[in-house]
Design a protein around this ligand. Structure first.
Ligand SMILES: Cc1ncc(COP(=O)(O)O)c(C=O)c1O
Length: 438
């Protein structure tokens, strides 16, 4: 019987959830109906933009200040490290807390009654947002999990070759190395200075590395060290002509660049929703092109689903269900802003500080700055200054938090849509002072 108090609450909440989900489907032309939360504030501010195109609204400080107002930012420091993970807007963290309380109250009743339905609803919603069929995506915990499912699940045998660059993220490199150690696949790593190459040269370098044994290429859409955008679609098209599959590491591109996943032409794509999507920490997404699902071995054994169903790859056991609701909130928030507008703003703020520093003595910008080759993330250094020391000075003397993830001579600057022009000016002034001391 579903007439007890708990069941009533579940169905009320489910109705609410599905209502929100339905609103999203309407949102392509009109913004969704929103509750009075941070998405709502951003939505209201967006109305004042009128007919502005994304490039015009990228510089509308009134609008972006209302976006900033949707976040509870630390007063201790300026956060230029969105590349690890981004804070959620207040409405997102409220959703996590409220839903955690509700789920905790209902406990196993919720899990048995509603959990799987809520996974399905959120997956549908995310599919609409990401521009792919729900049958091709899976909610995971992060990029590492998504791409390990792929790398470990590929049907490779001894002698089969995988190609990837030395700038790929370490967790993916070690996954391929484990397959080499255990099963004898061959890793062909590209040691190329991508930042000084044109996109044509980059595609050709991948092409030249291909042999008759090559089965798969791993490539980042945005390189985590420098923020460089790689020509993944061209790499995919070139590889497909030779029957080679491509895995795209989309850790930094999802909800950062406005591209839809299927538009990139990859066979597999993994991302972390806690990065540029601003969903709760510990949420991610895996995309597998429909016809590729059948041949992928599940990393976590499964007996529930047919071999051609993506759910066979998601037998993760029990995990926090309340995060699903906050993913839905992140979808609403991103839609209220609009991805094209978000991308334009992120590129604008990168250009804002880069153009003010590029010609300054001793400052070296390591990321290509053409619009199609970078967006928010950019690597910068000071001549002869250790990047760890630079990050330390920025934090201790100017309260600017950033890191040096490993690119020689550079710190990685990752502002976000909550960053203000005042913060960028403060950073520019700090770098000029530090460069003058060098
Ligand atoms: C390119 C790239 N891939 C994968 C990851 C791993 O992300 P996560 O720890 O969220 O799985 C990162 C993390 O920053 C990354 O930069």
């Amino acid at each position: 019987m579903r007439t007890n108090r708990a069941a009533m609450r579940i169905s009320d909440s489910r109705r609410d959830f599905l209502k929100k989900a339905a609103n999203i489907t309407l949102a392509a032309s009109a913004f969704p109906l929103l509750k009075p939360d941070s998405s709502h504030q951003v939505h209201a501010a967006g109305k004042d933009l009128g007919e502005q195109n994304p490039l015009q609204s990228a510089t509308d400080e009134q609008f972006w200040s209302s976006v900033r107002g949707a976040f509870n930012l630390s007063p201790r420091f300026i956060n230029f490290e969105s590349g690890y993970y981004s804070p959620q807007p207040d409405a997102g963290i409220d959703e996590v807390n409220n839903q955690a309380r509700r789920v905790n109250e209902l406990a196993a009743f919720y899990m048995r009654d509603s959990w799987l339905d809520d996974i399905a609803s959120t997956t549908r919603l995310l599919g609409l947002f990401a521009g792919c069929a729900e049958e091709e995506i899976l909610i995971t915990r992060n990029t590492t999990e998504s791409l390990n499912i792929v790398i470990m699940g590929l049907d490779l045998k001894a002698g089969d070759e995988a190609i990837w660059g030395r700038y790929e993220y370490g967790s993916m490199q070690v996954a391929f190395k484990q397959r080499a150690a255990r099963e004898g696949i061959v890793n062909k790593t590209l040691d190329i200075p991508i930042n000084s190459m044109s996109d044509d040269e980059i595609v050709k370098t991948y092409q030249k590395a291909i042999t008759v044994d090559t089965k798969v290429i791993l490539v980042s859409h945005i390189v985590y060290l420098t923020g460089q955008v790689l020509p993944v679609r061209r790499i995919c098209d070139m590889a497909h002509e030779q029957g080679i599959e491509v895995i795209i590491d989309g850790a930094h591109s999802f909800a950062h660049l406005a591209d839809q996943i299927t538009g990139l032409h990859g066979d597999y794509y993994g991302t972390s929703l806690h990065k540029w999507m601003m969903a709760p920490i510990g949420t991610g997404l895996l995309y597998v092109r429909k016809e590729k699902i059948k041949k992928l071995w599940p990393l976590f054994g499964d007996w529930n689903y047919a071999t051609d169903k993506i759910q066979k790859l998601g037998h993760f056991g029990t995990r926090p269900p309340y995060l699903l609701f906050a993913i839905a909130e992140a979808v609403r928030f991103n839609q209220a802003i609009g991805l094209a507008r978000k991308e334009a703003r992120l590129r604008y703020i990168k250009n804002y500080w880069v153009t003010r520093l590029a010609e300054v003595r001793n400052i070296i910008v390591h990321t290509p700055t053409e619009a199609y080759r970078s967006c928010a993330i950019c690597a910068v250094g000071i001549k002869d200054k250790d990047p760890g020391e630079l990050a330390k000075a920025l934090y201790e003397r100017y309260q600017i938090f950033t890191v040096s993830p490993g690119y020689p001579g550079a710190v990685r600057i990752c502002p976000n849509i909550y960053s203000s022009i005042g913060e960028l000016d403060h950073f520019v002034a700090a770098m000029k002072e530090l460069a003058a001391e060098s």
